[in-house]
Design a protein around this ligand. Sequence first.
Ligand SMILES: [Zn+2]
Length: 219
Amino acid sequence: MPGLRRLCSESRQSPLFYGVFEPPIRRCAAAETLIQPPSGEPLPPLADGRSRYVLARNGLFVQTRTAALEASLPLATLPDGLPYGSARIGVRLRHAPPPPSLWHDLKRRAVAACPWEWAAYLPHDGTTYRVFEPPIRRRDAGHIAYQPLPIALQAQLVLHVHSHGFGEATFSAQDDVADATGGDGVYVAVGFGRRETIETVTEVWRLVVWRWCWPFITT
Ligand SMILES: [Zn+2]
């Protein structure tokens, strides 16, 4: 919605997190780059917590694997005629998606917070989801600023949910900035809109890898 702001990236500049927060641009620079074999032979599987770039016939890819998600997604096209194989495109949740009862609980929390903004992280510990509501620094009906997810939980992060107000669910320009600079790593971002009641809440989803976003379509 116009005028909405998410300021989670700002909160990372606090002294509490100084020296721990790793900017997305640093993660982008640290990953290795491989060539997709033209023979059709697959590349070795990624270990948990690892990411890489892949030069393939169908583009430049970023591939990542956390304890919660696996993804292989195109970042850019490449010139025709390069002697590479094709990379697969897809995203996979490594655990079952949140059950309906958990979605209902998330919407209940978002509606209860109305008209204030609301946000939560959902890490999965290998057995179950946990709803982690970060300590709020300040918020009102148009923005929310909160402490980021503890670094120790980032590898388990599946969903990062936040709410808008009474308009349809959408990702705002401020959300684009927050997801590009927030440093939460790899996760599915979910936005809630139309918080009049639990029944009216609408959702938008997208996948975030470091600082890039794609529509969320599982394979
Ligand atoms: Zn937003």
